[in-house]
Design a protein around this ligand. Structure first.
Ligand code: PLP
Length: 387
């Protein structure tokens, strides 16, 4: 079977969709005004940003004034976590989970260096948080609870609405990193009950380098970037008009296609799981089987290194990921895989295959034709692969 390239790394990033690019082009070309300028060119840009804000607010079911455009998911997360805890004054306590993205974990670690304390909650072996653990971790000085909606490695979906209810009862703001959730899960902030949530354009067919922070009206927040007072004073810096427009169109588009997308992706993901389980005796599926993103298949193979599998796949023009920064047994394995207790002999052979809206059945067949022989070949050479 000849297939040009099979991109199975949509959790890392997605390509810009042609409709999104089309919507951006005027603002990369003739409509280059600065939204802060009072002349016609500036007004056109300001109007474009305002319409983008309304589009995003429509998807999130919030007020346009509650939408803050940023440069990426990481910036949104930093602004929410640092901004909310610092606005509370003094020092205090933060609750989060062991499987958060480093954008959350490293931000919390930085706050610890500044004198804050944290509770990093464990998850089950299936990668799920027990909301009651959140309730038990609350202290009188807890300033913030930060729980991701969907995990970027194993794709598990966390009970964010339940956590938010617990936070509300205790009067504690709840932030959610929804970067991986957009396009697959509903992001209605009323239904979720969160105080803030973060999104990143490049995970749903908008460009890299643009993000959103939803911040509930009236939430005290310490501004992290001073300057010209854009974004209601919350995020100074001239607005990235074309990218903001692109993000808004991509989010609206992804939201409208959610059902179709989930059906398409879950069919391909389940095919990957079924085929690997039947063809390879030692495969381990990571993360809950159903409480997971439709497009995420995360597996571990006994006694092999993910990097070797990835190189074998790359030679066949199949692009996947180990789902972590770990590239060799000499380096630390992923904090997420450690948190769910993946056994030592499997942890280094972990592979994340994430499909997308343009992934075809034929591409998945091609990948499934090549992956098992690559794993078998490596296992034949590995002393760790046998029991
Ligand atoms: N949070 C999660 C769950 C992610 O997957 C990512 C990116 O991979 C981020 C945060 C960071 O987003 P960005 O790349 O826009 O900074």
């Amino acid at each position: 079977m000849s297939v040009q390239a099979v991109y199975m790394d949509h959790a890392a990033t997605t390509g810009v969709h042609p409709e999104v690019l089309q919507a951006m082009l005027p603002y990369l070309g003739p409509e280059y005004g600065n939204p802060s300028s009072s002349h016609r060119l500036g007004q056109v840009a300001r109007q474009a940003v305002q319409e983008a804000r309304e589009r995003v607010a429509g998807v999130l079911n919030c007020q346009p004034s509650e939408v803050v455009f940023t440069s990426c998911g990481t910036e949104s997360i930093n602004l929410a976590i640092k901004g909310i805890v610092k606005a509370a004054g003094g020092r205090g306590h933060i609750i989060t989970t062991a499987i958060e993205h480093h954008a959350v974990l490293h931000t919390v670690e930085q706050l610890e260096r500044e004198g804050y304390e944290s509770t990093v909650l464990p998850v089950s072996s299936e990668g799920l948080l027990d909301p009651q653990d959140v309730r038990r971790a609350i202290r009188p000085d807890t300033r913030l609870i930060s729980v991701m909606y969907a995990n970027n490695e194993i794709g598990t979906v966390q009970p964010v609405a339940e956590v938010a209810r617990i936070g509300q009862e205790a009067g504690i703001p709840v932030h959610s990193d929804c970067v991986q959730a957009a396009g697959s899960l509903a992001l209605d902030v009323d239904a979720l009950g969160v105080t803030s949530l973060a999104l990143s354009g490049h995970k749903f067919y908008a460009p890299k380098g643009v993000g959103v922070l939803y911040l509930k009206a009236g939430t005290p927040v310490q501004v992290q970037q001073q300057g010209g007072g854009q974004e209601g004073g919350l995020r100074s810096g001239t607005e990235n008009v074309p990218y903001i427009v692109g993000l808004s169109v991509a989010l609206e588009r992804a939201h409208a296609r959610r059902e179709e997308y989930n059906e398409h992706c879950s069919r391909l993901r389940d095919k990957i799981f079924e085929r690997l389980v039947t063809q390879l005796p030692d495969v381990r599926i990571n993360g809950h089987l159903t409480q997971r993103l439709a497009n995420n298949a995360h597996v571990s193979f006994r006694g092999v290194e993910a990097q070797a599998i990835l190189m074998g796949l790359d030679m066949k023009n199949i692009y996947a990921s180990s789902g972590s920064a770990c590239v060799s047994a000499s380096l630390e394995p992923s904090h997420v895989l450690k948190a769910i207790g993946v056994p030592q002999e499997y942890i280094y052979g972990s592979l994340r295959l994430t499909v997308g809206e343009a992934t075809t059945e034929k591409q998945v067949e091609y990948a499934l034709e090549h992956l098992p022989p690559i794993v078998r070949r490596l296992q034949a050479l590995s002393p760790l692969a046998t029991t």
